[in-house]
Design a protein around this ligand. Structure first.
Ligand code: ADP
Ligand code: MG
Length: 313
């Protein structure tokens, strides 16, 4: 059997009594931009810490390019670039100084360090800001400096925990463009987490995470095709009656999600008039949409993305 480049199998991790990862499995191919998307509390940061070998899983296996990441984390670490969610920059130092210190930690010195720093700053379009103190930079630029720091040791794999959280849309796009450039031009495999569904759409492959498990994974178009047709969402004061009525009349299973009924239907637009005609008093509003990853999340988990943290008892 072909071995995946990175493979997490049935990973379990708990903080005391609290289960954070509950049999999480995922696979990443070499050279891809891989997204782990999930709601708050879904287990993204814990997965990030397992992938960066900062914590050990309580059960399950973890392998990187065929090496056992649980038994030999020290063999993996030199090949990882890790970007934490909370900024790890020294604000009083300049951009270049931040990189110099980091480089020294990795054992780079003299001309080699200077060259490497200059090259990375140019790649991330930060050369003209290298003398600026980090505290004077915008959030987006700080994030880019942070990423450059993690690249000094030429990692095979770059892992980032919510790299775009807190950034405005333009800064987010810029971080994105740089990550894409990195994977295209340097062949670095990039794994990042986000709680923003729309970011997942720009990745090569995505895993939807919920309550410590991967619900489903694939390319964005594969994932959307799993939804099967358009999505019709109905607002109603009588969800159960309407659900039963739709079943009787059309033999369709509507799904009740947070007081809203959702129906998957090919050519949804053609179906709406018949639906409204059949239940004129029960339907308050109808919306029709092309399937999104959020629809897939709802389909697979039975609850809305942003409501996920409220776990059933
Ligand atoms: P995410 O990054 O997706 O928000 P986390 O991996 O941080 O999710 O958290 C997963 C679950 O583990 C959540 O229910 C969270 O409350 C819990 N958790 C995370 N860190 C700790 C901790 N240090 N102690 C106790 N529980 C934690
Ligand atoms: Mg987190």
């Amino acid at each position: 059997m072909k071995q995946r480049w990175i493979e997490l199998k049935q990973i379990r991790f708990s903080y005391g009594e609290k289960t954070a990862l509950d049999g999480l499995s995922l696979e990443v191919n070499e050279g891809e931009l891989f997204c782990i998307v999930g709601p708050n509390g879904g287990g993204k940061s814990t997965t990030f810490k397992i992938l960066s070998t900062l914590i050990q899983p309580h059960a399950g296996s973890l392998s990187f390019w065929g090496e056992d990441g649980v038994r030999f984390p020290q063999r993996i670490r030199p090949h990882l670039g890790v970007v934490f969610q909370s900024p790890a920059l020294d604000k009083k130092l300049t951009v270049e100084e931040n990189l110099f210190y980091q480089g020294k930690l990795y054992g780079l010195t003299g001309k080699k360090l200077k060259e490497k720093t200059a090259q990375i700053l140019a790649r991330f379009e930060l050369s003209d800001r290298k003398q600026d103190k980090v505290e004077t930079l915008s959030g987006g630029l700080k994030r880019r400096v942070e990423i450059t720091k993690s690249l000094l040791q030429n990692p095979k794999l770059l892992i980032l925990d919510e790299p775009t959280t807190g950034l405005d849309p333009i800064a987010r796009r810029e971080v994105w463009d740089h990550l894409k450039m990195l994977r295209k031009e340097e062949g670095v495999t990039v794994v990042f987490t986000t709680h923003l569904m729309d970011e997942a759409e720009s990745a090569d492959r995505t895993a939807l995470l919920d309550r410590g498990r991967v619900v489903v994974s694939g390319t964005p178009s594969e994932l959307k095709s799993l939804v099967g047709g358009d999505v019709i969402a109905l607002k109603t004061n009588h969800p159960i009656e309407l659900k039963n009525g739709i079943h009787e009349k059309f033999q369709l299973e509507a799904k009740l999600v947070d007081q809203e009924l959702r129906i998957q239907q090919t050519e949804g637009a053609k179906f709406i008039p018949a639906l409204v005609e059949a239940f004129p008093h029960q339907i308050q509003s109808v919306t029709l949409g092309k399937p999104t990853l959020e629809d897939l999340f709802v389909l697979k988990t039975g609850h809305h993305f942003w409501k996920s943290e409220t776990r059933p008892a």
